[in-house]
Design a binder for this molecule. Structure first.
Ligand SMILES: O=P(O)(O)OC[C@@H](O)[C@@H](O)c1c[nH]c2ccccc12
Length: 254
């Protein structure tokens, strides 16, 4: 029930946020970068110091250094964890990284309140994540619309057919992510991508998220029809990010 715990914590945090209005806008195009991938499939490389399932992944993490290494390795965009409590992220990471890297950035956090959308723009995010399991369909539709109005791209994350149907009944996102990890049990299984891929509407990009560690994993989600891959741990743990990405893509043709 980790998701419930995380949401309870976010409710506490967002209660203290004030409504700020600014004319700040995202300055990089996340969706465009995903549509022109460097490799056969788009790569969202994630900067994540720790996670509830793995604990600390990298001690003394230098986000800007990792961001630069990801860019040099041919990642198309970045995902940066900003949640402090469960992922040891920080709100300043996005700006810090963008000073040294030219890639668009997704703010990876648990967005449940419209004030976090303005906050994301002020943090320097170009895109945000909305997690279907954390929101009622009407809430998701509302936050999706608000984010788009503020110029943000939105990755909508689902984990089941039911969640996908609920999402599609209220909005048609440009980017749909299938999380291969069950946020309640932490187990990953790539068959989630395979099951959900055929149900994604035309014109929506499908991103396979989590649990991608081997060339066989990449081949499998690519064959299932994923347009992009979100990879965290495997890249965080790699000494040489380019070598790792080349290796991961070694089994994908075309
Ligand atoms: O480290 P992995 O297994 O490659 O997974 C990355 C990413 O998909 C995962 O961090 C993630 C997917 N959805 C999330 C929602 C919140 C926090 C984290 C996530």
């Amino acid at each position: 029930m980790i998701l419930e715990q995380i949401i309870a914590k976010k409710q506490e945090e967002t209660a203290g946020l004030s409504f700020i209005e600014s004319d700040a806008r995202p300055d990089r195009n996340f969706l465009d970068a995903l549509r022109k991938p460097v490799r056969q499939k788009a790569v969202i490389a994630e900067i994540k110091k720790a996670s509830p399932s793995k604990g600390v992944i990298v001690e003394n993490m230098n986000p800007a250094g990792i961001g630069r290494a990801y860019e040099n390795a041919g990642a198309d965009v970045l995902s940066i964890l900003t949640d402090e409590t469960f992922f040891k992220g920080h709100s300043r990471f996005i700006k810090e990284v963008k000073q040294h890297v030219n890639l668009p950035v997704l703010r990876k956090d648990f967005i449940i309140d419209e004030r976090q959308i303005e906050e994301s723009v002020l943090m320097g995010a170009d895109a945000i994540l909305l997690i279907a399991a954390a929101l009622k369909p009407e809430e998701l539709a509302y936050l999706h619309e608000k984010a788009v109005q503020r110029g943000l791209d939105v990755l909508v994350e689902v984990h089941s057919e039911t969640e996908l149907r609920d999402v599609l009944s209220v909005c048609t996102p440009h980017l749909l992510g299938v999380n291969n990890r069950d946020l309640n049990t932490f187990r990953t299984c790539l068959s989630f991508t395979e099951k959900i891929a055929p149900l994604i509407p035309k014109g929506t990009m499908l991103i396979s998220e989590s649990g991608i560690h081997t060339p066989e994993d990449v081949r499998r989600v690519a064959a299932a029809g994923a347009d992009g891959l979100l990879i965290g741990e495997a890249l965080m743990l790699a000494e040489d990010k380019r070598k790792k990405l080349d290796f991961l893509f070694s089994g994908v043709k075309g």
